[in-house]
Write a protein that binds this ligand. Structure first.
Ligand SMILES: Nc1nc2c(ncn2[C@@H]2O[C@H](COP(=O)(O)OP(=O)(O)OP(=O)(O)O)[C@@H](O)[C@H]2O)c(=O)[nH]1
Ligand SMILES: [Mg+2]
Length: 421
């Protein structure tokens, strides 16, 4: 993880959105000019406060949080405010509070945007064993933190402040917003029952999680719903829920628009394809790679046809059919190889530099294609002569089987990458 940053502000982690198992070592943090020395010693708790245009709320939230946490956690915690370069300069106001509140750290993000990624960037820089998030607009009652912390101390991996359990609710939501919120939850339950169904309020933006259960797991959330990402990618055992009433905003304005609903659906789809049934299938069989391989194969058919026409047609070169076909097939194989090497298996090729290695891959690809051709003829004969299947259907079946054969052997042999450096 590379870190960039400016004086006094907490440097912003860059690269993959992945939380380290241990707090980031101090040498990995750029030493800020202002003399802020921030070691990588562990703390018990790190609470992220994501903000965007919360200038009117920032002092109150920091004050309330420290008043609450100081007596129970002494110096063993930090508050990290992650601001996305708010035009109302929320980050600057927060920065000016750091002298009064030594537990406060401020991160100003200028390259990235978005609530969920702000939270993860904050967690990446955090030193706590327990990681948490709370809104910066005072809509989440800070005193619920006591119960959330207690739940984690009693063994929960994840403690969620919920609007849908005893003691929970929303203060003054319009029927439309209630409907949309519930509708979103139902959609989530249908698409990802094992993720969304684990908590009563999967939309909650107020929760605590043990670092160990989400560490070393690359994340890629879209939009607002960071809890979905934690549930979907973490290895969460016991879950606890604490009721809370979502307060009305007193200062500043909501950033929720229709965009957040679209992002939510996009996020569900992304998690579904990596974690759901499709995701499990993909872990066993590289579907996308196979589709690419199939498309390249299709392009090869056109190349083969065109070459055959150019070489053997009486109006063109008029060569002998067998000679033309062999050459046409070889040009098609070359076409397929080049596309596969760049596209289908491009990521694997990039580990094996140099023209000699590429030539080796090409030769293996040729041999495997040849073995596929022999197999094709064999299967066609068995299906047609032994089972009496229509010759065209039999040929289709043979082509399908040989495509799998070619794909699998090429993946395992031609583009095989070992762990050796
Ligand atoms: N860093 C960062 N924080 C954000 C971003 N969008 C929203 N926030 C903060 O995330 C918290 C929740 O955002 P809100 O817009 O209040 O959303 P909400 O509380 O779900 O909805 P409302 O009830 O309409 O306020 C607030 O502290 C915002 O300032 C963002 O893009 N980046
Ligand atoms: Mg809000």
């Amino acid at each position: 993880m590379k870190i960039i940053g400016t004086s006094l502000l907490l440097p912003v982690p860059t690269g993959v959105l992945c939380i380290a198992a241990q707090p980031v070592a101090s040498e990995d943090l750029q030493k800020p000019k202002g003399g802020l020395i921030r070691g990588a010693q562990k703390l018990k708790f790190s609470l992220i406060v994501p903000t965007y245009k919360e200038a009117a709320n920032v002092e109150a939230i920091v004050q309330q949080l420290t008043r609450l946490l100081n007596p129970v956690l002494d110096n063993d915690y930090e508050i990290i405010l992650v601001d996305d370069d708010s035009p109302d300069r929320t980050w600057e106001i927060a920065q000016s509070l750091m002298a009064t509140y030594p537990m406060l750290q401020v991160m100003r993000r200028q390259q990235e945007r978005g609530l969920s990624t702000a939270v993860i960037r904050g967690w990446q820089a955090a030193r706590g064993e327990i990681l948490g998030v709370i809104d910066g607009d005072l809509q989440h009652p800070p005193e619920v933190l006591y119960q959330l912390l207690k739940a984690i101390e009693e063994g929960a991996d994840l403690a969620v402040a919920s609007r849908h359990v005893d003691g929970g609710g929303v203060s003054d939501w319009s029927p439309t917003r209630r409907f949309l919120s519930r509708g979103a939850q139902v959609l989530g339950l249908l698409m990802l029952p094992n993720v969304v169904g684990r908590v009563s309020d999967p939309m909650s933006g107020y929760f605590l999680v043990r670092r160990s259960v989400i560490a070393e797991r690359p994340m890629s959330p879209i939009g607002y719903k960071i809890l979905l990402e934690v549930l979907g990618r973490g290895t969460i055992g016991e879950v606890a829920e604490v009721g809370y009433v979502f307060q009305e905003r007193q200062e500043g304005e909501s950033k929720v628009t229709w965009r957040q609903y679209l992002d939510y659906v996009g996020h569900l789809v992304r998690l579904q394809t990596s974690q759901g049934r499709i995701g499990r299938l993909r872990q066993r069989f590289p579907i996308e790679r196979f589709v690419r391989f199939g498309l390249v194969g299709l392009s090869g058919v056109f190349v083969d046809m065109a070459m055959l026409y150019l070489l053997s047609d009486p109006t063109m070169l008029g060569w002998n059919l067998t000679r033309s076909k062999i050459l046409a097939a070889e040009v098609a194989i070359l076409n397929n190889f080049l596309w596969n090497d760049r596209w289908t298996f491009g990521d694997l090729s990039s580990y094996q530099h140099g023209w000699q290695k590429r030539l080796k891959r090409f030769l293996k690809f040729n041999v495997i294609c040849l073995s596929g051709l022999v197999l094709n003829v064999l299967i066609l004969n068995v299906l047609f002569n032994v089972f009496g299947i229509n010759r065209y259907i039999a040929n289709l079946m043979a082509i399908a089987a040989v495509t799998f054969w070619n794909f699998w052997l090429n993946l395992k042999l031609s583009w095989r990458v070992t762990d050796a450096k």
